[in-house]
Design a protein around this ligand. Structure first.
Ligand SMILES: NC(=O)c1ccc[n+]([C@@H]2O[C@H](COP(=O)([O-])OP(=O)(O)OC[C@H]3O[C@@H](n4cnc5c(N)ncnc54)[C@H](O)[C@@H]3O)[C@@H](O)[C@H]2O)c1
Length: 341
């Protein structure tokens, strides 16, 4: 069953759910320091919980950290009557959800996302997982948090770079489903609109719309992959370069290239790409594509296990996504040429 999303004015719902339960919090070293007090302020039942901490950062979303979490759960005698509370960004909600959903064949869990990216995207929708052998999210489960608690207060301690990172997914949600939100975002001169509770709620509603249509990600949900085929290839290549990009930054570049593909294949109006490029130049001036186009193509072919054509989720227009679009290698290289200038 899908997660119940709880907004600030309903924190008491989680408090009631947790108040007579044994609780174990999973946090990373930073969210333990920055977010625990805020979480306890809104949900006092968390005050006496035991805490398992992993090192911060995506590079720790791996088997070693998962094993550490399982070992701690074992030594705390966690069982089915416990609740795991994942307090952190997507790294913590992904690995925490994964460990909870596999330990003793599944311990219920709650997500308290503390980054904009996790609020908008990672903390709900049922995908949990860890990276394995240099590939993202290779091992994982479909498991829904019982509740997801959204509170913009957590964003107060988040760095501007991480806010920008999460805003890229908000931009994607607007492009694939919401003309009005896109009108607001495309003229943004800073990130204020992106961290506003109402817009976070709308972003969550858009992701939820696609997740509920297609929970197992075989059709409509793939609209959420817009920008991600090329974006993931850029992200992976960047990690071994001197221009390391965060997930959202890479996805933003991926969206620009995929808007060019959308223009070529579906006649998506050129103004959409031009507005998105202008937005990128205003809000993400330091994010640059400095990679070899052929290397990106090679990575894309490897990731997608494709040969001559690659499947993409593109746009016919704003709020008109098109999934399972076959794109040739030549078309990908041509789309990447937008970064030549
Ligand atoms: N499951 C899904 O559907 C889904 C969707 C999108 C992304 N993801 C995953 O999410 C992960 C990225 O998540 P992320 O961008 O949130 O990164 P993250 O969880 O690694 O957090 C980024 C940094 O911010 C710190 N941080 C978190 N909250 C903070 C706060 N309130 N104040 C100060 N510092 C804070 C963290 O400790 C970390 O150092 C990736 O592993 C990605 O694969 C999953």
């Amino acid at each position: 069953m899908a997660s119940t999303i709880i907004f600030p004015n309903a924190a008491h719902v989680i408090q009631l759910y947790l108040q007579h339960k044994e609780i174990v919090i999973i946090a990373d070293a930073r969210t333990n320091g920055f977010c625990l007090a805020t979480a306890c302020k809104y949900i006092p039942a968390l005050q006496d919980a035991r805490i398992i901490t992993i090192p911060a950062g995506e590079e720790n979303k791996n088997l070693l950290s998962a094993e550490w979490i399982w070992m701690q759960m074992q030594s705390l005698h966690v069982h089915k009557d416990y609740v795991i509370v994942n307090l952190g960004g997507g790294t913590v909600t992904d690995i925490g959800g994964f460990c909870a959903s596999t330990f003793m064949r599944g311990i219920p869990f709650i997500n308290i996302p503390s980054t904009l990216l996790a609020m908008n995207d990672a903390a709900f929708g049922g995908k949990t997982g860890i990276n394995f052998m240099d590939t993202k999210n290779t091992i994982g489960t479909f498991a829904n948090a019982e509740y997801v608690f959204i509170h913009p207060d957590f964003l107060n301690t988040l760095s501007p770079k991480q806010i920008a990172n999460g805003a890229a997914e908000s931009i994607k949600h607007a492009l694939i489903h919401d003309k009005k939100l896109w009108e607001l975002y495309k003229n943004a001169t800073d990130f204020t609109h992106f961290t506003n509770l109402e817009n976070i709620q709308q972003s969550i509603a858009i992701k939820n719309y696609f997740v509920q249509l297609d929970p197992l990600d075989v059709n409509e949900r793939q609209s959420l992959n817009f920008g991600h085929s090329i974006g993931h290839a850029i992200e992976s290549i960047s990690l071994n370069s001197n221009n390391i990009l965060l997930h959202g930054e890479a996805i933003l570049l991926g969206m620009l290239a995929e808007l060019q593909l959308s223009e070529t294949i579906y006649n998506c109006p050129a103004i959409v790409r031009k507005d998105a490029e202008a937005l990128k130049n205003r809000l993400y001036p330091t994010v640059k594509f400095t990679f070899s186009k052929s290397e990106i193509l090679e990575k894309l072919l490897f990731d997608k296990k494709n040969t001559d054509t690659i499947n993409f989720s593109l746009l016919k227009n704003i709020a008109a996504p098109m999934v399972k679009t076959k794109v040739s290698k030549e078309q990908v290289l041509q789309a990447l040429s937008i970064f030549d200038a």
